[in-house]
Design a protein around this ligand. Structure first.
Ligand code: ADP
Ligand code: MG
Length: 337
């Protein structure tokens, strides 16, 4: 069905019905000028927003609408995970080009709502517009944590260990395979593509790490390990060294190496969009961390001064440049006139 047959308000009504759920904290949800939410006095509010723009963040020939909906929720939930918080409420705004069907938008909200439901997060509002060029998604998530429990990027100290959850590089490799058209039926390749199109936000792991007070700093890996570690280092006024043979790579990535242009380590350092958690741990909290049941790997150390270094398997040390995604790199005219 064409969206023009439903109109803006008919479409909003479909979105509201497809994500219907209730919570005692929501006094008013979708339907008024603003949502009204009750807040607990002992909590702090966490607020985050992220956009996904067609031809910048995604290509509709490389994903489907339910996966796009899933990923739009996941990238925002991941930011709440990186603070050690619990997601509670969500706002979604869409700009929809002509030619997109009602079924496509319903598919988007199927994927979107399935992930929100899994994390007890309610859609309480948003905006819906036509678009003259490309599909645009903007999602905001409101979360909470107890006062004093949020984990920032700025707390890393000299001597802390650097850890990551899960494995790195799958998403970047999955994107390259999608772009090359070399999809194949091999399970390893399918896993990489799934990790790219349907990343899993590490809400529960972030929560456990924060509640156990193990992390001095934390961030989610959206831009790439080297870039995101440099964000922690810049915010904390420290440097870091990573050990290349410690960086966790999945068997899917290692087995698919022949389909890829670069070595697996490249995707782990620079690929981005893994949405794993990168965090630093003081020596005094290492025993507590090891008592948590989370798949984590120690990959490096925080150093004095600044700069990132990579030590290879032979012990050779080289400067590591942050090489993740940067929207305006090369596109700004920075020359002095
Ligand atoms: P307003 O004119 O006050 O901005 P709208 O007509 O845009 O109101 O929206 C009506 C209601 O529907 C509001 O509660 C708004 O938050 C909600 N809404 C609109 N679009 C979306 C969407 N894509 N997802 C969720 N809620 C939406
Ligand atoms: Mg509006």
């Amino acid at each position: 069905m064409k969206i023009s047959c439903l109109g803006e308000f008919g479409l909003i009504d479909k979105i509201r019905k497809s994500s219907a759920c209730s919570s005692p904290a929501v006094v008013v949800g979708i339907g008024d000028d603003a949502a009204v939410i009750k807040m607990a006095a002992s909590s702090v509010l966490l607020a985050t927003t992220d956009m996904l723009i067609e031809h910048v963040h995604f290509d509709l020939s490389l994903t489907d609408f339910p996966s796009l909906g899933w990923k739009s929720a996941a990238v925002n939930l991941s930011d709440i995970a990186a603070m050690g918080g619990i997601p509670r409420f969500c706002l979604s705004s869409l700009a929809i080009p002509s030619g997109i069907s009602v079924e496509a938008v319903k598919g988007f909200y199927r994927g979107f709502s399935s992930l929100l439901r899994a994390h007890n997060t309610m859609l309480v509002g948003g905006d819906t517009s036509s678009s003259k060029s490309g599909f645009v998604v903007s999602v905001s998530v409101l979360g909470e944590t107890k006062r004093g429990m949020a984990v920032y990027r700025s707390g890393a100290k000299y001597g802390d260990s650097v850890f990551v959850t899960g494995t790195l590089g799958d998403s970047g490799a999955g994107l390259e395979i999608l772009k090359s058209g070399h999809r194949g039926q091999r399970a390893g390749v399918r896993n990489l593509i799934k990790k790219h199109n349907r990343p899993v936000p590490r809400i529960e792991w972030g929560r456990q790490i924060a509640l156990a007070k193990c992390a001095s700093a934390m961030i989610d890996i959206s831009d790439g390990l080297s870039s995101d570690l440099s964000h922690i280092c810049d915010a904390s006024g420290v440097g870091a060294v990573l050990f290349s043979d410690k960086i966790p790579l999945s068997t899917s990535l290692l087995k698919s190496a022949t389909c890829l242009e670069k070595k697996p380590l490249h995707y782990a350092l620079s690929g981005g969009e893994d949405y794993e958690l990168l965090f630093t741990v003081p020596p005094s909290r290492m025993n507590k961390l090891k008592s948590l049941r989370i798949p984590i790997t120690e990959i490096g150390r925080i150093t004095k001064g600044n700069g990132l270094f990579l030590v290879n398997a032979e012990g050779r040390k080289a400067l590591l440049k942050p090489t993740g995604y940067n929207h305006f790199k090369g596109s700004l005219d920075c020359k002095k006139r």
